[in-house]
Ligand binder design. Structure first.
Ligand code: ATP
Ligand code: BTN
Length: 251
């Protein structure tokens, strides 16, 4: 804890032994927060993913981190912001030794074609045009086996891949780089991040399927457009898809 606090030049970080959800913890305190304030927990009793899904969050050296950000551009820019979080998290992990970490649209991290981390950006309110966002990241560093029904897709943790990243160093670097990237995103938008996404995209130019409710769409993944929408090639034509209820899978 002391190491984390000493290395953080800006923003508060609450270090919690146990909490329902680190995103919920910040949401409950939103009026007292400034952009960049964050928390981490040793484990979560009700970690959550998109659309009320569960995020398996056992005790034992995974990272569960949330950060508050007030986005002056408003809620419409939140999709771009969540891509930025994925890009920066993947790049930081690569720099710290996990060279093969990739991103999966809209905001998961993949390693060896399996899910290593999930990112959840939640809109918690508005003041004028500004959106109050809580950004959460769960990263599997070392993890015991979940019950078979808890995770319904391939998952992985760094230990299983033979990669050792110090959790404190990851936390500190991630917070610093996320804050810097979000400031850049606020000033310049998504443009400079789009080529970075391309380099990291796990499924670029590969056959994928999109799950949209009961529907399945098969195509070739072609990256993202300047707004951050997914590009999918269908019968030789490029179509765009925007976040929300869509899940992307390999084929
Ligand atoms: P995607 O992000 O690919 O669209 P999704 O829409 O199926 O996935 P999300 O809500 O984004 O689901 O993520 C939650 C899902 O992640 C859960 O349904 C579960 O299958 C999986 N999951 C839960 N905990 C973990 C974990 N610790 N590591 C990897 N995967 C997990
Ligand atoms: C997903 O893939 O659906 C996103 C999962 C996000 C999990 C993280 S863990 C820290 C933060 N607190 C939560 O309850 N969820 C996010």
């Amino acid at each position: 804890k002391d190491k984390i606090l000493a290395a953080l030049p800006e923003g508060n970080v609450d270090v919690l032994p146990v909490i329902d959800s680190t995103n919920q913890y910040l949401q409950d305190r939103i009026s007292q927060l400034r952009s960049g304030d964050a928390c981490v927990a040793e484990y979560q009793q009700a970690g959550r993913g998109r659309r009320g899904r569960q995020w398996f969050s056992p005790f034992g050296s995974n990272l569960y981190l949330s950060m508050y950000w007030k986005l002056d551009q408003g809620p419409a820019a939140a999709m771009g912001l969540s891509l930025v979080i994925g890009i920066v998290t993947a790049e930081v992990m690569q720099q710290l030794g996990a060279r093969d970490v990739r991103v999966k649209w809209p905001n998961d991290l993949y390693l060896k074609d399996r899910k290593l981390a999930g990112i959840l950006v939640e809109l918690t309110g508005k003041t004028g045009d500004a959106a109050h966002l809580v950004i959460g990241a769960g990263i599997n560093l070392r993890m015991r086996e979940p019950a078979p029904d808890v995770i319904n897709q391939g998952w992985i943790n760094l230990q299983e891949a033979g990669i050792d990243i110090d959790r404190n160093e990851l936390t500190v670097t991630l917070l610093r780089e996320l804050r810097a990237a979000l400031r850049k995103f606020e000033q310049e938008g998504l443009a400079s991040f789009v080529p970075r996404w391309r380099n990291l995209d796990n499924f670029i130019d590969r056959p994928v399927k999109l799950l949209i409710g009961d529907k399945e769409i098969h195509g070739i993944e072609r990256g993202i457009d300047p707004q951050g929408a997914l590009l999918l090639e269908l019968d030789g034509e490029i179509k765009t898809f925007i976040g929300g209820e869509i899940s992307l899978r390999g084929r």
